[in-house]
Write a protein that binds this ligand. Structure first.
Ligand SMILES: [Fe+2]
Ligand SMILES: [Fe+2]
Length: 400
């Protein structure tokens, strides 16, 4: 089954479940039309569960993600919007169907979703519900564990902190990361000189980062060490990759999707190979003409990646969209109410965060409190508010 087939089937399930909830609210739980919709939804869902251990729907802002991918608007767009309204009303941000799901649990879910606002929706053995939250513990200034920020809905994820990582493991990871910056530098330089990108090299680097995340190290601790490397673009791209993948991983992305988000973040600024060095590395303020030249790195990067075999489409999109803001402003200007995909939204937060915390010849490093203030102020206009909140929690500055 292709990803598109899975999305189409899930759109059908959502549309039928929405109809079941609406009919329950209009008539009653026992109305024959309700049973009909639930049976139809189950008939589509059951074969899907034969090839998937779990299928998760995540609600991030106004986007519904099916198994990590945003729903593509189409014929089912209005029922997806209806389903989002139903989930929001009940405060459900994460819904996971587990293989073996009996129809009785689907019926119970519909009943709960259609019930009056005061009744909350309960998780059942094969349907897990909850909020999109972090699986890390909150630490105080000394790095001691003081409590959990929350657990994922399934409730069986282990929580680790920096304090729990043996110091040797940290050294090993830091060494690995500086070597990878050098590799990344070579990769960008080769792309610049020969206009060819080593897709396998990118894949290997992302795998290295994923191995690092398994140890669940605070991403900020990792970034501090990277600042000693002088080449801004390579350090920046590596930092953006680490910060983007930490966000994605704690939001629940896994496997191939997490990998593709990593590749997209490593390549987001690849279009800069087409920008003259004297503009790119100019110390001091840019003129408006120079700024417009720099802005072309988005379109140039996307066009470049489109012509390379083995590059995920997500990387092409993120190269194009990472300077687009949540409210549609930013660049490049794309007509028709274009919404950046979730990877681009994660990259844009990481990108702005790293740019502000980097000391360059013409710019002092901004204190972290000030950076978090900029992110908070841009929440809802420049950035997806839910992702900003998530990011601030990730770096241990709880959004107020
Ligand atoms: Fe950029
Ligand atoms: Fe960037």
């Amino acid at each position: 089954m292709t990803e598109r087939d899975l999305q189409d089937a899930l759109s059908r399930v959502i549309s039928l479940l929405t109809a079941a909830v609406t009919n329950t609210s209009l008539y009653s739980r026992s109305h024959p039309q309700v049973a009909q919709y639930v049976h139809k939804a189950y008939a589509v869902l059951e074969p899907l569960m034969e090839c998937h251990q779990e299928i998760t729907l995540l609600l991030i802002g106004n986007d519904l993600l099916a198994d990590g991918k945003p729903f593509i608007a189409g014929g089912a767009a209005s029922s997806v919007a209806g389903f989002i309204r139903i989930l929001k009303k009940k405060g459900v941000e994460r819904l996971t169907f587990v293989a073996g799901l009996p129809i009785s649990e689907l019926e119970a879910l519909i009943g709960d979703l259609a019930s009056s606002e005061s009744i909350s929706v309960r998780s059942t053995p094969f349907i897990k519900l909850g909020k999109v939250e972090l699986r890390i513990k909150k630490a105080d200034k000394q790095g001691e564990v003081v409590g959990e920020t929350g657990t994922a809905a399934s409730g069986n994820n282990s929580a680790h902190t920096v304090a729990e990582v043996p110091p040797e493991a940290l050294h090993e990871l830091l060494a690995l990361t500086s070597a990878e910056i050098d590799e990344l530098k070579m990769l960008y330089l080769r792309a610049k000189n020969h206009k060819k990108i080593d897709v396998r090299g990118v894949d290997e680097m992302v795998k290295g980062f994923i191995r690092g995340f398994r140890r669940e190290i605070n991403p900020l601790g990792l970034l501090a060490s990277l600042k000693s490397v002088h080449e801004y673009t390579f350090t920046h791209v590596t930092n953006v990759c680490i910060l983007t993948m930490s966000q994605a991983e704690t939001l629940g992305f896994t496997g191939e999707q997490l990998h593709q988000i990593g590749v997209a973040s490593l390549l987001h600024d690849v279009g800069k190979i087409f920008i003259p060095d004297e503009i790119l590395n100019k110390p001091g303020k840019l003129t408006s003409e120079e700024r417009s030249v720099i802005e072309t790195h988005t379109v140039k990067g996307a066009r470049y990646l489109m012509g390379i075999d083995g590059i995920p489409k997500l990387a092409v999109l993120s190269a194009l969209e990472h300077h687009l803001k949540y409210d549609g402003s930013g660049y490049p200007s794309i007509k028709g109410g274009w919404q950046p995909n979730i990877a681009s939204q994660l990259i844009s937060i990481a990108d702005v965060f790293d740019a502000m915390r980097s000391r360059r010849s013409y710019q002092a490093e901004m204190p972290i409190g000030q950076i978090t203030e900029v992110l908070r102020k841009g929440s809802g206009s420049s950035f997806n508010p839910q992702l900003v909140d998530h990011f601030l929690r990730l770096i241990r500055y709880q959004a107020k």
